[in-house]
Design a protein around this ligand. Structure first.
Ligand code: TXA
Ligand code: MG
Length: 312
């Protein structure tokens, strides 16, 4: 893939490519996505092929307005409250499909629900608006690998693929959106922790149900997702011989990266994938990661670390 700074002409070029059924590397505030026309099965199939992703894994459709969202899905009163509070931003809602939907069956992996998100990034919003319809966009990494937070990461993952990556600098949030299901006759369920914390969601819709079906319904939740090449050990106070160290707060080693010296979980989330990727690229066999507290964005950070640490 090749990189262009996300200026007006580059965005116009991206729109033409999307219209031809090609995919485009898309900056969002969470991670970089691999975007294509969500209504075009062939374009969506090209995403799955490029990622090497199992085709039963449904994709998020990205919208630029509430009107566009309401053509795709049914938003009940709870969904509308969530959207009013968190869109544009790192929250994805799994909703019942509307009769007027454009999102194709392949992008939904055959489900009668659809995952929608309005990204909090001016380039993403401008591209969707200019294209005029929803864009299916999974994270722009090979299936099961670390999500990209810069345009250069996208090239590192998918460099052998054709296509344009719009470069808008590093992703601000640095980990994927939170996914909640808001479906009729059931409580709001957290399917994937992410850029909006559980506490922030509960402030709007009250207690969240934990989904026993979560692993089936959000198959991106496969145990060994986000795997670096190196082995990973969590809650490490000091590295063992042969391990590289990734610090957090006061658990710091001179000369080793630190997710956040100040112990700030938002800063840590933004640094997580970049630092893992850099340590991995240095060729170490094992990475020891300092303890990260389980509150706020710490829940999502630990979720990603657990997947990276899972046996494979
Ligand atoms: O931050 C993000 O969400 C990024 C950026 C690019 O927007 N996108 C992203 O997409 O992380 P992806 O495809 O890597 O993850 C989508 C997740 C998967 O775990 C998938 O299984 C779940 O969303 N999903 C999509 N549609 C669903 C549905 N109808 N029901 C349940 N889960 C769904
Ligand atoms: Mg992903």
């Amino acid at each position: 893939m090749f990189v262009l700074e996300a200026t007006g002409p580059a965005i116009s070029q991206a729109v033409e490519r999307l219209q031809r059924g090609e995919f485009v590397g898309l900056p969002t505030e969470t991670v970089y996505g691999l975007a294509a026309d969500a209504g075009n099965d062939l374009a969506v199939a090209r995403i799955y092929a490029a990622k090497g992703r199992p085709t039963f894994n449904p994709l998020i459709a990205h919208v630029s307005s509430l009107d566009m969202a309401m053509l795709e899905a049914v938003l009940d009163e709870r969904a509308q409250r969530l959207v009013a509070r968190f869109w544009p931003g790192p929250l994805t809602l799994v909703l019942p499909l509307a009769g007027s939907h454009r999102v194709c069956e392949l992008a939904r992996a055959g489900l009668q629900s659809v995952a929608l998100r309005m990204p909090g990034h001016p380039v993403a919003l401008e591209l969707i608006r200019a294209f005029g319809g929803p864009l299916a966009a999974p994270s722009a990494n090979r299936s099961g690998r670390i999500s990209p937070t810069t345009a250069q990461d996208v090239v590192a993952e998918l460099g052998d693929q054709p296509g344009l990556v719009l470069d808008a600098g590093p992703a601000r949030v640095g980990l994927e959106s939170t996914i909640v299901a808001v479906l009729p006759g059931e409580p709001v369920r957290l399917l994937r922790p992410g850029g909006v914390s559980r506490e922030a969601l509960q402030g709007v819709v009250g207690e969240l149900a934990v989904s026993p079906a979560e692993r089936i319904e959000a198959p991106g939740q496969l145990a060994s997702h986000y795997a670096p090449h190196a082995r990973l050990r969590m809650n490490a106070l000091t590295p063992e011989p042969g391990e590289a160290f990734l610090g957090f707060g006061l658990h710091h080693r001179e000369g080793s990266p630190n997710l956040s010296r100040a112990g700030d979980l938002v800063e840590a989330a933004a640094n997580l994938f970049t630092m893992l990727r850099r340590l991995d690229a240095s060729g170490v066999a094992a990475i020891a990661v300092a303890p990260v507290p389980e509150h706020g964005l710490g829940e999502a950070i630990n979720d990603r670390l657990r997947r990276a640490a899972a046996p494979r």
